[in-house]
Design a protein. Structure first.
Length: 437
């Protein structure tokens, strides 16, 4: 087994063939209705990890982000991580980042000493956090930032097209009917089964994370025409979700991106580029999905722009301040939503990342997770001696987004920590600049 998985120089990578088969099978299953056995996706994950280089294995794991609902992704991630550890063990450097996650797992186990639980179930719960730990223990010098970000953006684009086709099929391919009601982009398939469907807000943030990665390539002046096209397409898909958080976070990103331009002439060029992109996006949406613009304006015109999140935030603040057991121990990660539904039958789960950490693990969990995030930033600064403000922007936007969203209970949001970390470790100053448009 170890001999088969040992590192070697592959002349032909299995990364793109396996990823391409993922797209084909997902399209056939979710659009054409063809039955596809779930284990096939795990087999493809296995072959992709066995026949790819370091950057491609990490890329495949990150490409799972827009496909997390589409197959048994937690097992797929665990398979890829195990193969990566076996094949590239010599390049791994175990550091202190594993300690807070290990302690979180122990803290979670302590919540279940008097109940029946499966170790496999706990490992599945922490699969995404374990991946972030693995990423922080990899040698980032062996990773190709541009390849990783392009792969992630391309996968996100393909999944969005599959979702769009699935939604169009439900409307008999009449585009004018697709967004005339409260039907938002993302709910294209049956959410009760494995499918490419996503909560619109989460899908929008996946699109934004991909856009951020592509903009870092643009900042390096190593962009290609395909990068600009993907930025435009992903931004259109983000708008189709009609997510207010997407628009606010995208605006924050663009403002911060302008601050990365040191010279006034560069600021004008960046502003011109952003203006052209936004105009093209506006006309594309207005031409193909004219009702979306009015729907977005209507979503910002409501009396409660938080959609009830403010009431949820106040409710859990009150519970945390009066219930010491909840404040110090939480309800545990395992069956988190069920536990909260039992305790507070008529209340939704927290929609604030920090508050959610307290509700799940209490103060000890919040402290341990904060240590993990701080260590991530410290390791990134240590690895990237030439770290710049632009490296921090994806993490800043991520922090802003989770103020009105779930955090650890969302596999996608946890995995996107990995995107923010890679962006921080990418050395912009040592890039060989070439602008290929």
């Amino acid at each position: 087994m170890k001999t088969f998985l040992a590192h070697r120089d592959y002349k032909i990578s299995t990364f793109w063939p396996c990823l391409g088969l993922f797209f084909i099978l997902l399209f056939l299953r979710d659009f054409a209705g063809v039955g596809v056995s779930a284990p096939i996706f795990l087999m493809l994950s296995f072959f992709a990890a066995c026949g790819s280089d370091k950057s491609e294995v990490i890329s495949f794991c990150l490409c799972c982000i827009p496909m997390l609902n589409a197959f048994q992704s937690k097992y797929g991630l665990l398979i890829c991580m195990l193969i990566y550890i076996i094949r590239f063990a010599q390049s791994l450097r175990i550091n202190a980042s594993v300690l807070p996650i290990l302690l979180l797992i122990i803290w979670e186990l302590l919540h279940h000493v008097d109940s029946n639980f499966s170790i496999i179930e706990i490992i599945r719960l922490f699969a995404e956090l374990i991946f972030c730990c693995l990423l922080m223990n990899c040698d980032v010098n062996d990773l190709d930032f541009n390849r990783i970000m392009r792969s992630f953006a391309f996968t996100t684009t393909m999944i969005c097209f599959i979702i769009l086709f699935a939604q169009l099929k439900q409307c008999s391919f009449r585009v004018e009917l697709l967004f005339t009601t409260n039907y938002r982009f993302g709910y294209g398939v049956n959410s009760d089964n494995l499918s490419v469907g996503f909560n619109p807000n989460i899908l929008a943030f996946i699109c934004l994370s991909a856009i951020e990665g592509l903009f870092m390539i643009i900042y390096r002046r190593q962009s290609k025409l395909i990068d600009i096209i993907m930025v435009l397409v992903l931004f259109v898909f983000g708008l189709l979700t009609m997510s207010r958080k997407f628009i606010i976070c995208a605006l924050l990103f663009f403002i911060l991106y302008l601050f990365t331009q040191n010279k006034r002439s560069n600021k004008y060029k960046a502003l011109l580029l952003l203006s052209i992109l936004l105009l093209v996006i506006y006309f594309a949406v207005y031409t193909f999905f004219p009702s979306v613009i009015n729907s977005i304006v209507a979503r910002f015109s409501v009396d409660d722009i938080s959609s009830g999140r403010e009431d949820i935030f106040k409710f859990y603040n009150q519970q945390l301040s009066t219930n010491m057991s909840l404040l110090f121990f939480g309800v545990s990660f395992l069956k988190y939503k069920e536990n909260l539904s039992y305790m507070f039958p008529n209340m939704n789960i927290p929609h604030n990342g920090i508050q959610e950490l307290l509700v799940i693990w209490g103060i000890p969990g919040l402290i341990l997770f904060s240590i993990f995030i701080i260590s991530m930033i410290c390791f990134a600064r240590k690895l990237n001696k030439n770290i710049k403000f632009i490296n921090y922007i994806p993490f800043i936007v991520y922090t802003a987004f989770i103020q009105a969203a779930q955090m650890v209970s969302s596999s996608v949001i946890v995995m996107l920590i990995g995107i923010a970390y890679i962006c921080m470790t990418s050395d912009i100053s040592n890039s060989e600049r070439q602008y290929n448009l």
